[in-house]
Design a protein around this ligand. Structure first.
Ligand code: FRU
Length: 424
């Protein structure tokens, strides 16, 4: 504690709490916070690969950046196996659902490019096989560093363990397309410490991933958001008055909600290059509310800090619920206090008739929200589904004070640049 005070000139912050009372205000199907229905007739980006988490190339301030007129996105990607005997069921049909559900175990980082901010062309894998130190290449953030085209890719190296890492490479453009060169040396940055952030030893279902580095528009320092769980042995967390919040009579029973311990983590860089990081206490905790606050990211607007994070229905605690989608919180300064947007936190959720239609939303500073298609029902009962593994239609939201509103829908995977960098 003393060290932090010396280094940062102020005592460490108190995490803000997403309380059970806040979550009771979540209303699935409120049209202002619900993603329009995705048609089952969606186009797919590729018949060879599934894609899910989408990471647009951006600068350290959060602006979506094209290079020499080319937009670039990175995606978590896995091969589709339509002809692999392992995924052929007893009737001789391709079991795409099982193939899709297994994808996390073989996730690799790929990149795509486009002249139009949509209609993405596959570039290929970012790192050659064998470069990343673990089996899974999980989500993170590609940052364009300069006009030389240098890119730092921050991501999560998973299985064994979960380590926040970075790898440096370069984006090269021609008239015909984009390639990624370098990306040969992965540098481990940090892992959960067991004191602020839960470790695998404390909870085999722990989460520690999804780095999102940024420069604070106010103090100019380099920080990083990430997903974590609050440290401590699984089952040892206390869901007390603070975590419950101001609930109506009859809502005091917290059931087994002590098992849900999500938090949004933050670290500060000790150097300008972002090679040396110090973890700080979480910005936001959801103990007793939800077990996953994934892919946290910021939009800096109107002098405020809009903190967004994705979460699931299945990760909510006993007695509270909400749709799969993106949730948000706002503060006047980086370290809070954060209050849930729209009272509840819900910003853009799936409609109850298509609860898994999209996920992994990323709110961009222009108010556009990108996500991927997970599965869409193809019949009334919802028993037949079509698996996505491709880009969802982009949604436009308006952010006003402590409220947000769905205002527009755009094409599939529409991620227009906010600025273009001419490479030297
Ligand atoms: C979100 C997510 C990320 C993780 C990745 C794994 O969709 O769960 O948190 O990095 O997917 O596939």
């Amino acid at each position: 504690m003393k060290n932090n005070t010396e280094k940062f000139g102020k005592p460490p912050h108190q995490p803000s709490l997403w309380t059970r009372a806040d979550a009771l205000k979540v209303h699935t199907d409120d049209p202002t916070t619900t993603q329009p229905l995705v048609s089952a007739n969606f186009p797919v980006l590729s018949n060879e690969v599934f894609i899910w988490d989408t990471m647009p190339l951006r600068d350290m301030d959060g602006n979506i950046t094209s290079v020499d007129g080319w937009s670039v996105i990175f995606t978590l990607t896995a091969d589709r196996h339509p002809n692999d005997p392992e995924y052929i069921d007893e009737n001789g049909n391709y079991d795409i659902t099982r193939d899709w559900n297994d994808r996390h175990g073989r996730a690799k980082m790929y990149y795509w490019f486009s002249r139009t901010g949509k209609d993405w062309e596959l570039g290929g894998r970012v790192m050659a096989e064998g470069v990343s130190p673990t089996v899974r290449e999980w989500a993170g953030t590609p940052i364009l560093l300069n006009e030389q085209g240098e890119v730092d890719l921050y991501y999560t190296a998973v299985t064994p363990g979960a380590t926040i890492v970075k790898v440096r490479g370069r984006v090269v453009t021609t008239e015909h397309g984009v390639s990624m060169v370098g990306f040969e040396k992965v540098k481990p940055l940090f892992e959960a410490d067991g004191k602020m952030y839960q470790t695998e030893a404390q909870n085999p279902f722990w989460g520690f991933r999804d780095p999102w580095p940024f420069r604070d528009p106010n103090d100019g320092k380099l920080y990083m958001l990430f997903e974590g769980n609050v440290a401590g042995e699984r089952g040892s967390h206390n869901v007390g008055e603070a975590e419950i919040g101001d609930v109506p009579p009859g809502y005091e029973d917290v059931g087994n909600s002590r098992f849900q311990t999500a938090c949004v983590g933050i670290a500060v860089a000790r150097d300008e290059d972002g090679d040396d990081w110090e973890m700080l206490p979480p910005l936001l905790t959801a103990v007793g509310v939800n077990d996953q606050t994934e892919r946290p990211h910021f939009v800096f607007q109107d002098g405020k800090y809009y903190l967004f994070t994705i979460s699931h229905t299945f990760t909510y605690a006993d007695g509270v619920t909400g749709p799969d989608g993106v949730y948000g919180f706002v503060a006047d300064s980086l370290f809070g206090p954060y209050v849930p947007l729209n009272g509840s936190g819900l910003v853009l959720g799936n409609p109850s008739s298509q609860p898994f239609q999209t996920y992994s939303h990323c709110v961009m500073p222009n108010g556009l929200v990108t996500s991927f298609i997970d599965s869409v029902p193809t019949d009334e009962s919802g028993t037949q589904i079509r698996i996505g593994g491709t880009e969802a239609p982009t949604v436009g939201i308006r952010i006003k004070g402590q409220q947000t509103f769905v205002v527009a829908e755009y094409d599939y995977g529409y991620i227009p640049p906010m600025l273009d960098v001419t490479l030297k």
